[in-house]
Design a protein around this ligand. Structure first.
Ligand SMILES: *Cc1c(COP(=O)(O)O)cnc(C)c1O
Length: 387
């Protein structure tokens, strides 16, 4: 049986056209972009073409606003550390309680080692940011605000354009982890107050290990990786030319197909959700039911262990995730669902399905056929949750 992949928020398949665009840069066009000969010039031109493709996807205005990195994690680290360094007289960070570990782990580290004060803005039961708490945390002591565009577990979208405007009023730098938003939502950075934005190729059918950081023109930036003069001194190290070319191609394809694909993906996701609610008692959709990514659904199966569910689905060739991929090896429930105040009996049974343009109706229908039996087996066999 062909495997069914519903874990696209963890990573995606590299598109065939993306792979094809990358291949020459492993073989004939292997030059180092810093070299002063033809091979170097070819690599340099390819990198700049990719920069323009990415610039178009996120609506950046000026050419040097895109810096290539090794991915979302590096971009997030670079942005937050740069923000603190740019404003040494300010020592506070504002973020949310539901960020990716790439932000939360760094913030906890800065709290411990540098005495930075970190405000983790809470969310409500539907995962929506507490705007009043956010407003109250914004003072002239805040150097950097880092709030994600869309949540990787629930798909809930934060109003980052508005949040950036609020941050500007106190002179803080505004960064957004847009790893789950880029390629899935229309983004037009030039008309916003967003200073920095992180993205990652492998979340929208590009290769792993390459991403970018958008830095609005005029925003001060201090490099995380120091060394040679690559990327205009913003990110040292020989450029990952094949990866960057792949990222550029993935950006071009995403821009081209976004509207059409989102409509298809959204209807598949809704078919899955509706089908589960009809077939299985005591299931709950987590997160904001309206303002969310079209490809994501986080479903809590009450009185079921999400890990066991994922395991049994995997045996049927169906890949999904219980909680976030980054935390699924620990027994505790997801920090996102905890922050939302999800009752433990639901949070423990949360399973995330994240779709892509590679999914089809037959796959969803097979998942709908398999799940009710699995849930029944788990509920019947498990006395842990009784009483
Ligand atoms: C995947 C992900 C990251 C990490 O990106 P990498 O390129 O894998 O380092 C960061 N933030 C969010 C929201 C993500 O989903």
């Amino acid at each position: 049986m062909r495997p069914i992949y519903l874990d696209n928020n963890a990573t995606t398949r590299v598109d065939a056209e993306v792979l094809e665009a990358m291949l020459p840069f492993f073989t004939d066009e292997f030059g180092n972009a810093s070299s002063m000969h033809n091979a170097g010039a070819t690599a340099g031109a390819a990198i700049n073409a990719a920069r323009r493709q990415l610039q178009a996807l996120v609506g950046a205005e000026f050419d040097p606003e895109i810096t290539f990195t090794s991915g979302g994690t590096e971009s997030n680290n670079a942005a937050i550390l740069s923000g603190l360094e740019a404003m040494p007289e300010r020592t506070e960070i504002v973020t949310s309680a539901v960020e990716h570990p790439a932000v939360l782990t760094l913030c906890a580290h800065l709290e411990k080692t540098r005495g930075a004060k970190v405000h983790r803005i809470p969310v409500d039961h539907q995962g929506r940011l507490d705007l009043e708490a956010y407003h109250d945390a914004l003072t002239h002591r805040v150097a950097i605000v880092s709030i994600m565009w869309a949540n990787n577990e629930t798909g809930t979208i934060f109003p980052v354009v508005k949040l950036a405007e609020m941050a500007k009023k106190v002179g803080a730098i505004f960064h957004t982890d847009a790893v789950q938003a880029v390629g899935k939502l229309p983004i037009e950075l030039k008309s916003t107050a967003i200073d920095m934005l992180s993205l990652s190729a492998h979340k929208f059918h590009g290769p792993k290990g390459v991403g970018a950081l958008y830095i609005k023109r005029g925003v001060p930036f201090h490099a995380l990786i120091k060394g040679g003069h690559q990327e205009r001194d913003r990110r040292a190290g020989t450029e990952n030319t094949p990866g960057i070319v792949g990222l550029g191609k993935a950006a071009e394809l995403a821009l081209e197909c976004m509207d059409k694909e989102n409509a298809i993906i959204g209807s598949l996701r809704d078919r899955l959700e509706k089908g589960l609610i009809e077939r299985v008692p005591k299931v709950f959709v987590m997160g904001d039911p309206v303002t969310r990514l079209p490809n994501t659904t986080s479903i809590a199966f009450e009185r079921v262990d999400g890990d066991a569910m994922q395991f049994l689905l995997n045996r049927q060739g169906i890949a999904c995730s219980s909680g976030s991929a980054c935390t699924s090896h620990s027994l505790s429930t997801s920090h996102v669902l905890k922050a939302m105040g999800t009752p433990h009996i639901q949070a423990i049974g949360a399973v995330r399905f994240s779709l892509s343009g590679y999914n089809c109706e037959e796959e969803i229908d097979r998942v709908l056929q398999v799940i009710p039996t699995i849930v029944k087996t788990l509920r019947d066999s498990c006395s842990v949750f009784v009483g």
